[in-house]
Design a binder for this molecule. Structure first.
Ligand SMILES: [Zn+2]
Length: 242
């Protein structure tokens, strides 16, 4: 059984989103601290599903149960709640906890099919007269910016933004103007580096150039087989030497 024992009741459906909180505790407000605090604290005064601390994350209530965390019935009934702890302590500890909380949120979004958005990723202060999550809002520049930051990080942790593109690598179109080519299928493989053409002396040279390019762009260098009957390599050389 969970620490809070389902005291706020069962939800009866999957959570539709996640509320974030900052628990105004110092460096000492660790997982160990919450474990004993929750057992002696009057739960009617509030508790969340998760407490993310520097020494680990405490799950205080099952996801299938409600929690009294935001003072609003829809939020308490239908949303998961995550406390980012140690918000009064040093910034590095707090930010580490915040990242861990966002990873946890990504995991929960995947588990319950929640799409991170302004409607599903919520802050306590949206529904109650409170500064909570005070430290996150202070660091990220206000309520909307904090929500957007959380949404972006959660999406990244969900793996939606891991595709590397040339744009993300700050590559210009010209940087991608590379190719290999052969003429009539014989002779050396030629390498065009975007500026000049170089004959390659070994198969491994083609391999290493392509590996570097692929690691930078996520794509292979295109490879052309040109014929002396339609001498595109001559056109290329003419075009770049003029
Ligand atoms: Zn709160």
């Amino acid at each position: 059984m969970s620490i809070c024992g389902g005291i706020a009741g069962r939800r009866g459906q999957n959570p539709v989103g996640i509320f974030f909180h900052n628990d105004a505790g110092s460096k000492k407000a660790t997982k160990k601290y919450y474990e004993s605090w929750l057992k002696t604290h009057n739960l009617k005064n509030g508790f969340a599903h998760y407490y993310v601390c520097s020494d680990g994350t405490l799950q205080a209530e099952d996801d299938t149960n409600k929690a009294w965390h935001c003072g609003q019935s829809d939020g308490n009934a239908n949303y998961l709640s995550i406390e980012i702890c140690q918000s009064m302590g040093d910034i590095a500890t707090f930010q580490k906890n915040e990242e861990t909380a966002l990873q946890l949120a990504a995991q929960k979004c995947k588990q319950y099919g929640i799409t991170p958005s302004m409607d599903t990723i919520r802050l306590h202060q949206e529904v109650s007269a409170t500064d909570c999550p005070h430290r996150s809002v202070e660091i990220h520049g206000g309520r909307t910016a904090t929500k957007q930051y959380f949404i972006d990080r959660i999406k990244a942790y969900m793996g939606e933004t891991t595709v590397t593109t040339a744009i993300e690598n700050n590559m210009e179109d010209d940087d991608n103007m590379k190719c290999f080519y052969t003429v009539d299928g014989k002779g050396p493989v030629m390498y065009f580096d975007g500026y000049a053409v170089h004959p390659l002396a070994h198969q491994d040279e083609m391999t290493v150039l392509n590996n570097i390019y692929r690691d930078c762009t996520g794509k292979n260098i295109p490879c052309y087989s040109w014929s002396s009957k339609a001498p595109w390599y001559v056109r290329l050389k003419n075009a770049i030497s003029r």
